[in-house]
Design a protein around this ligand. Structure first.
Ligand SMILES: C[S@@+](CC[C@H](N)C(=O)[O-])C[C@H]1O[C@@H](n2cnc3c(N)ncnc32)[C@H](O)[C@@H]1O
Length: 238
Protein backbone atom coordinates (compact mmCIF):
# COMPACT_ATOMS: atom_id res chain seq x y z
CA UNK A 1 0.00 0.00 0.00
CA UNK A 2 1.18 3.49 -0.75
CA UNK A 3 0.28 6.97 0.49
CA UNK A 4 -1.39 9.60 -1.68
CA UNK A 5 1.16 12.12 -2.93
CA UNK A 6 0.28 15.14 -5.05
CA UNK A 7 1.82 18.31 -3.65
CA UNK A 8 -0.08 20.89 -5.71
CA UNK A 9 -3.45 19.25 -5.20
CA UNK A 10 -2.95 18.85 -1.45
CA UNK A 11 -1.72 22.45 -1.13
CA UNK A 12 -4.84 23.73 -2.90
CA UNK A 13 -7.05 21.56 -0.68
CA UNK A 14 -5.35 22.76 2.51
CA UNK A 15 -5.29 26.43 1.58
CA UNK A 16 -8.95 26.35 0.50
CA UNK A 17 -10.12 24.50 3.62
CA UNK A 18 -8.30 27.07 5.77
CA UNK A 19 -9.81 29.99 3.87
CA UNK A 20 -13.38 28.63 3.94
CA UNK A 21 -13.24 27.59 7.61
CA UNK A 22 -11.92 31.04 8.53
CA UNK A 23 -14.42 32.89 6.33
CA UNK A 24 -17.45 30.98 7.69
CA UNK A 25 -16.14 30.48 11.23
CA UNK A 26 -19.28 31.68 13.05
CA UNK A 27 -21.86 29.92 10.89
CA UNK A 28 -20.01 26.58 10.77
CA UNK A 29 -19.45 26.53 14.52
CA UNK A 30 -16.31 24.40 14.23
CA UNK A 31 -14.80 25.93 17.36
CA UNK A 32 -17.61 24.24 19.34
CA UNK A 33 -17.91 20.97 17.43
CA UNK A 34 -14.63 20.36 15.60
CA UNK A 35 -14.75 18.88 12.10
CA UNK A 36 -14.52 15.39 10.58
CA UNK A 37 -12.25 14.53 7.64
CA UNK A 38 -12.72 11.82 5.02
CA UNK A 39 -9.30 10.73 3.76
CA UNK A 40 -6.25 11.91 5.70
CA UNK A 41 -3.47 11.11 3.21
CA UNK A 42 -0.15 12.16 4.72
CA UNK A 43 -1.94 14.87 6.79
CA UNK A 44 0.64 17.59 6.18
CA UNK A 45 -1.62 20.28 4.75
CA UNK A 46 -4.44 19.92 7.26
CA UNK A 47 -1.91 19.72 10.10
CA UNK A 48 -0.74 23.16 8.95
CA UNK A 49 -4.37 24.36 8.93
CA UNK A 50 -4.86 23.06 12.48
CA UNK A 51 -1.69 24.92 13.51
CA UNK A 52 -2.98 28.10 11.85
CA UNK A 53 -6.46 27.94 13.45
CA UNK A 54 -5.97 27.48 17.21
CA UNK A 55 -9.65 26.65 17.90
CA UNK A 56 -9.81 23.85 15.34
CA UNK A 57 -10.04 20.12 16.14
CA UNK A 58 -10.06 17.55 13.31
CA UNK A 59 -11.02 13.89 13.60
CA UNK A 60 -9.82 12.16 10.42
CA UNK A 61 -10.23 8.69 8.88
CA UNK A 62 -8.29 6.87 6.17
CA UNK A 63 -8.55 3.31 4.84
CA UNK A 64 -4.84 3.19 3.95
CA UNK A 65 -2.72 1.83 6.82
CA UNK A 66 0.49 3.32 5.43
CA UNK A 67 -1.19 6.73 5.11
CA UNK A 68 -2.38 6.60 8.71
CA UNK A 69 1.10 5.71 9.91
CA UNK A 70 2.70 8.54 7.93
CA UNK A 71 -0.04 10.99 8.89
CA UNK A 72 0.45 10.35 12.62
CA UNK A 73 4.18 11.01 12.29
CA UNK A 74 3.61 14.23 10.33
CA UNK A 75 0.97 15.46 12.78
CA UNK A 76 3.26 14.77 15.74
CA UNK A 77 6.15 16.56 13.99
CA UNK A 78 3.94 19.64 13.60
CA UNK A 79 2.94 19.56 17.26
CA UNK A 80 -0.83 19.33 16.74
CA UNK A 81 -1.53 15.71 17.78
CA UNK A 82 -3.81 16.95 20.58
CA UNK A 83 -6.16 18.57 18.00
CA UNK A 84 -5.72 16.39 14.88
CA UNK A 85 -6.40 12.68 15.34
CA UNK A 86 -6.37 9.95 12.70
CA UNK A 87 -8.18 6.62 12.72
CA UNK A 88 -7.72 3.69 10.37
CA UNK A 89 -10.97 2.72 8.70
CA UNK A 90 -13.76 3.59 6.32
CA UNK A 91 -15.13 7.08 7.08
CA UNK A 92 -18.68 5.90 6.45
CA UNK A 93 -18.45 3.06 8.99
CA UNK A 94 -16.42 4.85 11.63
CA UNK A 95 -17.55 8.50 11.62
CA UNK A 96 -21.26 7.76 11.62
CA UNK A 97 -21.05 5.27 14.47
CA UNK A 98 -18.82 7.52 16.59
CA UNK A 99 -20.01 8.34 20.09
CA UNK A 100 -20.40 11.95 21.19
CA UNK A 101 -22.35 14.92 19.89
CA UNK A 102 -22.94 15.09 16.11
CA UNK A 103 -20.41 17.04 14.05
CA UNK A 104 -21.98 19.16 11.33
CA UNK A 105 -18.93 19.94 9.17
CA UNK A 106 -16.91 17.46 7.11
CA UNK A 107 -13.81 18.31 5.09
CA UNK A 108 -12.65 16.01 2.28
CA UNK A 109 -10.45 15.66 -0.73
CA UNK A 110 -12.21 12.38 -1.50
CA UNK A 111 -10.90 9.69 -3.83
CA UNK A 112 -11.93 10.88 -7.29
CA UNK A 113 -10.00 8.95 -9.91
CA UNK A 114 -12.53 7.66 -12.46
CA UNK A 115 -11.79 4.26 -13.98
CA UNK A 116 -13.72 1.19 -15.15
CA UNK A 117 -12.50 -0.75 -12.09
CA UNK A 118 -10.38 -0.46 -8.95
CA UNK A 119 -7.23 -1.86 -10.57
CA UNK A 120 -5.35 1.47 -10.74
CA UNK A 121 -2.05 2.87 -9.42
CA UNK A 122 -3.48 3.49 -5.94
CA UNK A 123 -6.76 1.55 -5.59
CA UNK A 124 -7.76 3.64 -2.53
CA UNK A 125 -8.13 6.63 -4.88
CA UNK A 126 -10.76 4.95 -7.05
CA UNK A 127 -13.89 7.07 -7.15
CA UNK A 128 -16.03 4.64 -9.15
CA UNK A 129 -16.74 4.68 -12.88
CA UNK A 130 -17.40 8.43 -12.95
CA UNK A 131 -15.07 9.33 -10.09
CA UNK A 132 -17.71 10.81 -7.81
CA UNK A 133 -19.03 7.76 -5.92
CA UNK A 134 -17.56 8.86 -2.57
CA UNK A 135 -18.58 12.48 -3.10
CA UNK A 136 -22.17 11.32 -3.66
CA UNK A 137 -21.99 8.99 -0.65
CA UNK A 138 -20.73 11.87 1.48
CA UNK A 139 -23.58 14.11 0.32
CA UNK A 140 -26.05 11.40 1.39
CA UNK A 141 -24.43 10.93 4.82
CA UNK A 142 -26.39 13.79 6.33
CA UNK A 143 -23.75 16.30 7.46
CA UNK A 144 -25.12 19.84 6.99
CA UNK A 145 -21.79 21.38 5.86
CA UNK A 146 -19.28 19.77 3.49
CA UNK A 147 -16.03 21.39 2.39
CA UNK A 148 -15.05 19.15 -0.50
CA UNK A 149 -12.77 19.03 -3.55
CA UNK A 150 -14.77 18.81 -6.78
CA UNK A 151 -12.65 17.93 -9.84
CA UNK A 152 -13.72 18.88 -13.36
CA UNK A 153 -13.31 15.40 -14.85
CA UNK A 154 -15.31 13.42 -12.27
CA UNK A 155 -18.86 14.22 -13.39
CA UNK A 156 -19.28 17.42 -11.34
CA UNK A 157 -22.62 18.15 -13.00
CA UNK A 158 -24.13 15.07 -11.31
CA UNK A 159 -22.37 15.91 -8.03
CA UNK A 160 -23.76 19.46 -7.99
CA UNK A 161 -27.25 18.32 -9.08
CA UNK A 162 -27.32 15.63 -6.36
CA UNK A 163 -26.19 18.18 -3.79
CA UNK A 164 -29.02 20.49 -4.84
CA UNK A 165 -31.58 17.63 -4.67
CA UNK A 166 -30.39 16.98 -1.10
CA UNK A 167 -30.85 20.61 -0.10
CA UNK A 168 -27.23 21.79 -0.33
CA UNK A 169 -26.25 25.15 -1.80
CA UNK A 170 -22.76 26.04 -3.03
CA UNK A 171 -21.91 28.87 -0.63
CA UNK A 172 -18.46 29.54 -2.06
CA UNK A 173 -15.43 27.84 -3.55
CA UNK A 174 -11.79 28.25 -4.59
CA UNK A 175 -10.84 26.86 -8.01
CA UNK A 176 -7.44 26.11 -9.47
CA UNK A 177 -6.05 24.47 -12.62
CA UNK A 178 -3.86 21.45 -11.94
CA UNK A 179 -1.57 19.49 -14.25
CA UNK A 180 -2.27 15.79 -14.67
CA UNK A 181 -0.28 13.95 -12.00
CA UNK A 182 0.71 10.29 -11.81
CA UNK A 183 -2.78 9.06 -10.92
CA UNK A 184 -4.68 10.81 -13.75
CA UNK A 185 -1.83 10.20 -16.25
CA UNK A 186 -2.06 6.42 -15.92
CA UNK A 187 -3.01 5.40 -19.51
CA UNK A 188 -6.12 3.47 -18.49
CA UNK A 189 -7.34 6.42 -16.38
CA UNK A 190 -6.45 9.04 -18.97
CA UNK A 191 -8.41 7.18 -21.67
CA UNK A 192 -11.37 6.84 -19.33
CA UNK A 193 -11.28 10.57 -18.48
CA UNK A 194 -11.38 11.32 -22.22
CA UNK A 195 -14.52 9.18 -22.53
CA UNK A 196 -16.22 10.96 -19.60
CA UNK A 197 -15.42 14.35 -21.15
CA UNK A 198 -16.63 13.22 -24.59
CA UNK A 199 -19.93 12.22 -22.96
CA UNK A 200 -20.23 15.78 -21.62
CA UNK A 201 -19.86 14.59 -18.01
CA UNK A 202 -16.58 16.40 -17.35
CA UNK A 203 -13.81 18.64 -18.57
CA UNK A 204 -10.09 18.10 -19.01
CA UNK A 205 -7.54 19.78 -21.24
CA UNK A 206 -4.61 18.09 -22.93
CA UNK A 207 -2.72 17.76 -19.65
CA UNK A 208 -4.73 19.72 -17.13
CA UNK A 209 -8.00 19.81 -15.27
CA UNK A 210 -9.71 22.06 -12.75
CA UNK A 211 -10.38 21.39 -9.07
CA UNK A 212 -12.63 23.53 -6.90
CA UNK A 213 -12.80 23.16 -3.13
CA UNK A 214 -16.38 24.12 -2.35
CA UNK A 215 -18.43 24.74 0.77
CA UNK A 216 -21.75 22.93 0.27
CA UNK A 217 -24.23 23.78 2.96
CA UNK A 218 -27.78 23.17 4.13
CA UNK A 219 -27.37 25.88 6.79
CA UNK A 220 -29.91 28.71 6.28
CA UNK A 221 -27.54 31.13 8.07
CA UNK A 222 -25.08 30.82 5.18
CA UNK A 223 -26.45 32.73 2.20
CA UNK A 224 -26.02 32.31 -1.53
CA UNK A 225 -26.04 29.62 -4.16
CA UNK A 226 -23.06 29.67 -6.48
CA UNK A 227 -23.66 26.31 -8.19
CA UNK A 228 -23.64 27.86 -11.71
CA UNK A 229 -20.44 29.79 -10.88
CA UNK A 230 -18.85 26.55 -9.66
CA UNK A 231 -19.71 24.63 -12.83
CA UNK A 232 -18.43 27.47 -15.00
CA UNK A 233 -15.16 27.56 -13.03
CA UNK A 234 -14.87 23.83 -13.80
CA UNK A 235 -15.34 24.70 -17.51
CA UNK A 236 -18.84 23.21 -17.54
CA UNK A 237 -22.35 24.62 -17.55
CA UNK A 238 -23.80 27.46 -19.57
C1 LIG B 1 -7.23 12.23 -2.79
S1 LIG B 1 -6.53 11.53 -1.31
C2 LIG B 1 -6.51 12.97 -0.26
C3 LIG B 1 -5.54 12.91 0.90
C4 LIG B 1 -5.36 14.24 1.66
N1 LIG B 1 -6.61 14.69 2.25
C5 LIG B 1 -4.77 15.30 0.75
O1 LIG B 1 -5.53 16.07 0.16
O2 LIG B 1 -3.53 15.35 0.64
C6 LIG B 1 -7.92 10.60 -0.69
C7 LIG B 1 -7.62 9.76 0.55
O3 LIG B 1 -8.86 9.12 0.96
C8 LIG B 1 -8.57 7.82 1.46
N2 LIG B 1 -9.83 7.04 1.41
C9 LIG B 1 -10.38 6.40 0.35
N3 LIG B 1 -11.57 5.86 0.68
C10 LIG B 1 -11.79 6.17 1.99
C11 LIG B 1 -12.85 5.91 2.91
N4 LIG B 1 -13.94 5.21 2.54
N5 LIG B 1 -12.75 6.38 4.18
C12 LIG B 1 -11.65 7.08 4.56
N6 LIG B 1 -10.62 7.36 3.72
C13 LIG B 1 -10.69 6.93 2.46
C14 LIG B 1 -7.42 7.34 0.56
O4 LIG B 1 -6.69 6.30 1.14
C15 LIG B 1 -6.61 8.63 0.37
O5 LIG B 1 -5.61 8.75 1.36
Amino acid sequence: MSCFSSADESAHYGFSVCMLLAQYREQLGWEREGVLELGTGDATVIADVVAALPGLRVRSFDISASSVERARANIAARGVADRYTVELGDFFDRADSAAGPPVSTVIANPPYIPAPDRDILMPELWGGVHGNDLALQLLKAGHPNIVMAVPSYSDPVTTVATASDLGYRVANFLAMALDFGPYSSEPKVRAHIQRICAEGRGWAGEDEYMVAVALLTQNPDIPGDRAPHLLRALQLGA
